[in-house]
Design a protein around this ligand. Structure first.
Ligand code: NAI
Length: 306
């Protein structure tokens, strides 16, 4: 399994690190436009190999896409991150140009690759890759829901004052503060609905904290987060590499599913060796459906800026 990660910045390097540590890929190519930057990150990461016990070979490249040839999975993290007070949508002007050029160069050398889009505004960037390339829809996957769900589980466990491994929950919808939909109704602790343990007020606090999860970190860090985003991408790459058929909420092109068309939006999907193996249909109640419609409107408005 060869994985290319474009953008050797905070998220790209974290993603390469987690992929290597999990030891399922033979090779990770880190590519960046900044001269020497990816080479430096790759060398630093390779010097952790004997300490962390992995054999994955990490190579750093400055903008030479021929070295990415025949990648099974390519991850796009190139672009600018948001600063405190900025929304993800404000990044569109710069990031759309970068994502379009990068995806076209990747496909030139890896025509059969699966692309995972991370750069923000992610749903629109994933849509842009659909519109500007000829990759089939099962091979273009936006990462947002996996991260937002991990943040949701963190907040749920905090409210329950218990271990995160007891908790399950999913966030669907657009990857934005206003668009994401933490499904509190379906969240569980050891299989029991969390509403059995948490008051409505507590659940709505969890919901709000999840929605501003990224913004909270951006305020604390001065830029957007990288550990959890990198871990979320690596978990998705692992599901594809190892064909686990695990379900992750991902931003995928909808053609009638959940009642939407011509939009990339976060819904649960089965990930495996073909990328998106299946879009999973969950039964949303009327309130959740209405929130999903509002979320889609927000994503469409950003798509219209392309
Ligand atoms: P960063 O600034 O640390 O790294 C971005 C890297 O991209 C830089 O090293 C830069 O040199 C490189 N780059 C820029 N243009 C390039 C090009 N044309 N070709 C190759 N490399 C290029 O930013 P960070 O924090 O890693 O974030 C990256 C992106 O990921 C941002 O758009 C951010 O908003 C997004 N993000 C998305 C998340 C999600 O859940 N979908 C979560 C966290 C970040």
């Amino acid at each position: 399994m060869k994985v290319t990660v474009v953008g050797a910045g905070a998220v790209g390097a974290s993603c390469a690190e987690y992929i290597a540590i999990k030891n399922f890929a033979s090779e990770v190519v880190l590519l960046d436009i900044k001269e020497g930057y990816a080479e430096g990150k790759a060398m630093d990461l390779m010097q952790t190999a004997s300490l962390n016990g992995f054999d994955t070979k990490i190579t750093g490249i400055t903008n030479d896409y021929s070295k990415t040839a025949n990648s099974d999975v390519c991850v796009i993290t190139s672009g600018i991150p948001r600063k405190p007070g900025m929304t993800r949508e404000e990044l569109i002007g710069i990031n759309a140009g970068i994502v379009k050029a990068v995806s076209s160069s990747l496909i030139e050398f890896s025509p059969k690759t699966i692309i995972i889009v991370v750069s923000n505004p992610m749903d629109t960037m994933a849509y842009l890759v659909h519109k500007s390339t000829s990759l089939p829809k099962n091979k273009i996957i936006g990462m947002g829901g996996a991260l937002d769900s991990a943040r949701f589980k963190y907040r749920l466990a905090e409210a329950l004052q218990g271990p995160i491994s007891d908790v399950d929950g999913m966030v669907i919808g657009g990857h934005s503060d206003t668009g994401m939909i933490p499904l509190t109704r379906l969240a569980t602790r050891n299989g029991v609905p969390v509403s059995e343990f948490l008051s409505e007020e507590k659940l709505s606090e969890v919901l709000e904290a999840t929605k501003v999860g990224g913004a909270t970190l951006t305020k604390l860090l001065g830029t957007s987060a990288w550990y959890a985003p990198g871990a979320a991408v690596s978990a998705m790459v692992q599901a594809i590499a190892c064909d686990t058929k695990k379900v992750f909420p991902c931003s995928v092109l909808l053609e009638g599913e959940y009642g939407f068309n011509d939009i990339c939006l976060g819904v649960p999907v089965v990930l495996g060796k073909n990328g998106i193996e299946e879009i999973v249909k969950i039964n949303l109640n009327d309130a959740e459906k209405a929130t999903m419609v509002e979320s889609a409107k927000g994503v469409k408005a950003v798509n219209d800026l392309l």
